[in-house]
Design a protein around this ligand. Structure first.
Ligand code: MN
Length: 159
């Protein structure tokens, strides 16, 4: 199983379509918010299940701010993260993920890619396909595969 994880596409729809084409076939797509209205278009591009949460620039969406769902043997907590002040620190969003019994935390908003393991919690941020802010500023996303035991094995990829 191959999972595509993106965030903060901010109406750069062509870049998402390019990544989807490059990584297809994918079995699941996770978008951590700030598509700014393009999420329905993205969902229609693929037959794969598409999980979406609302970001701070998503004013006209019915999407929830947080979702918790299971994939393989993982419990994933997905949020854009602005309600947990992720620009300042991962502390609050990490606490929320643990409170929900998550084994994986996926957030966005900072436009900086992250993959790290912290006391049993896999913490990931795919960065931004539209406006990357990390050193080098290359558009980034994450591809994760499920191991035989159902654990996520992620890697950051760049366009
Ligand atoms: Mn944002």
């Amino acid at each position: 199983m191959k999972i595509l994880i993106v965030s903060d596409t901010h109406r750069k729809d062509d870049i998402f379509a390019e990544v989807l084409k490059k990584e297809s076939p994918v079995d699941l797509i996770i978008h951590a918010g700030d598509a700014e209205g393009s999420e329905d278009y993205f969902e229609a591009l693929t037959d794969a299940p598409f999980y979406y949460v609302a970001g701070n620039n998503d004013f006209f969406t019915d999407a929830p701010f947080d979702i918790t769902f299971r994939t393989g043997s993982e419990t994933i907590f997905l949020t854009h993260g602005h309600h947990y002040y992720v620009s300042t620190s991962e502390q609050y969003v990490e606490e929320e993920a643990r409170a929900r019994g998550a084994s994986v935390l996926i957030y966005g908003h900072t436009h900086r890619p992250v993959i790290r393991q912290e006391e049993g919690l896999l913490i990931m941020n795919p960065g931004s396909l539209a406006y990357p802010r990390q050193i080098g500023r290359r558009p980034s996303y994450i591809v994760a595969k499920l191991s035989d035991s159902g654990k996520l094995q992620p890697e950051i990829r760049y366009l």
